[in-house]
Write a protein that binds this ligand. Structure first.
Ligand SMILES: [Zn+2]
Ligand SMILES: [Zn+2]
Length: 171
């Protein structure tokens, strides 16, 4: 396992127990909110204020060790997978976030056609939808069936809600 303290030092970050614990928490469980990070850190090193967690995250983000994503309607999430232009799938129902590799493999799709004079430093792609668990929950008729493993008989797909016409309509 890499020496986390050395990684911080390499970026010129003064190493403290709190920063180290925050960095490790983000590495252990990507896409956590600051609140989640605080919980993990407290479990590891004891008391830490939410403000200290925010401060540590801020330093790590500024130095490029942690990436911050801010899905609309959700608190910011943090992850240590940086610098690879990956995107995110976010579930509208439960908020679950997962990584998905860049469709193109590099960032040209994120280069604005015109910058309109802005100094652009970031672009992001978020795919919104529903995670498999939430899709299954909707498809399973009201009786509660906790084991999705075997559904008998019926092939369960259909019932996308009528909204969200995905660009193309076949007719
Ligand atoms: Zn979900
Ligand atoms: Zn991610």
């Amino acid at each position: 396992m890499a020496d986390d303290a050395a990684i911080l030092r390499e970026r010129g970050i003064q190493v403290t127990a709190q920063r180290l614990a925050v960095f490790r928490a983000v590495a252990a469980r990507p896409h956590l909110t600051a609140d989640d990070v605080a919980d993990l850190v407290r479990a590891e090193i004891g008391a830490i204020s939410l403000q200290s967690v925010y401060d540590a995250l801020g330093v790590l983000v500024t130095e490029g060790l942690v990436r911050r994503i801010q899905p609309s309607g959700s608190p910011a999430r943090f992850e240590n997978r940086v610098g690879d232009n990956h995107h995110h799938l976010i579930c509208r129902s439960c908020g679950r976030v997962v990584d998905v590799d860049c469709a193109v493999g590099a960032a040209p799709c994120l280069t604005a056609a015109q910058d309109m004079g802005y100094e652009i430093d970031e672009a992001e792609v978020v795919y919104w939808g529903r995670c498999p668990a939430c899709v299954r929950r909707v498809q399973t008729p009201s009786r509660s069936d906790p084991s999705p493993a075997r559904r008998r008989g019926r092939p369960g797909r259909r019932t996308l809600p009528a909204k969200k016409p995905q660009g193309r309509s076949r007719n």
